[in-house]
Design a protein around this ligand. Structure first.
Ligand code: ATP
Length: 219
């Protein structure tokens, strides 16, 4: 399945998790870090683990960085190193460079110098946890655009034993049910006649305020 090759720079908690997950999914992954100890820790969990400094253009060239489909820059604290590495990778011709940003301002600079995607794991996770604290019925959500999200909502007592046509979620809340998760199984094309069972999770899409209404109404 290794049809795409990834490189991850910086084996902090985030970079390490990205690298290990991709490797477990069957992709080729090169892990890069300046810290020899971090490299030793990752030898078993990626395809290659290499000690190198990503601000060293020659070193990146020698590692053949332009042959990777995606390079993830996961250096957090040293903002200068993160920016410089991104710049060098884009100059070397890497098609897709994904960078972890520490702050909005850091993110803006990264986009300006050519990063293809900037991620804010701490900010996004913080928002997800906060949302879950205020709306415990929303198990998880992914913001698609400003104000629109995909959310996972636990089926409530009021829903159990009813089919989708009876619940009429679309007309009542303006929210679409995209899938129904029942334990390990997932029904990705739910029909009007599908009946909600206990412990089911509804994967829904809609405006944030409508999703909130659905969550509150169905408490
Ligand atoms: P996390 O929150 O994901 O744990 P972080 O945001 O605190 O990480 P850092 O610890 O600053 O990020 O950096 C992550 C890793 O990046 C460290 O292991 C560090 O050794 C490595 N690193 C820093 N600068 C470079 C560089 N120029 N080249 C390669 N690796 C680097």
């Amino acid at each position: 399945m290794a049809d795409r090759a990834f490189a991850v720079v910086g084996m902090g908690r985030f970079g390490s998790s990205v690298a290990k997950t991709l490797y477990e999914m069957g992709y080729d992954v090169m892990a890069i870090d300046t810290d020899e100890e971090k490299i030793q820790d990752h030898i078993q969990s990626v395809t290659y683990a290499v000690q190198a400094d990503s601000t060293d253009e020659q070193a990146l060239k020698e590692l053949g960085m332009r042959n990777f489909d995606v390079v993830v820059v996961a250096i957090g604290e040293d903002i200068q190193a993160s920016i410089l590495s991104t710049l060098i990778l884009k100059e070397l011709g890497v098609k897709k460079v994904v960078v972890k940003a520490q702050s909005e301002r850091h993110g803006k600079v990264l986009y300006k110098i050519g990063a293809d995607r900037v991620v804010f794991p701490e900010r996004d996770m913080g928002a997800r946890v906060a949302n879950n604290l205020v709306s415990p019925g929303i198990l998880d959500f992914i913001e698609l655009a400003e104000d629109y999200s995909v959310a996972e909502i636990a089926a409530t007592t009021g829903m159990i034993g009813k089919d989708l046509v009876t619940l009429d979620i679309r007309a009542r809340f303006g929210v679409n049910v995209m899938a129904i998760k029942s334990g390990e199984n997932i029904n990705i094309a739910p029909n009007a006649e599908d009946v909600i069972q206990e412990d089911d999770v509804l994967v829904v899409i809609g405006h944030n305020s409508d999703l909130k209404r659905l969550e509150e109404k169905s408490k």
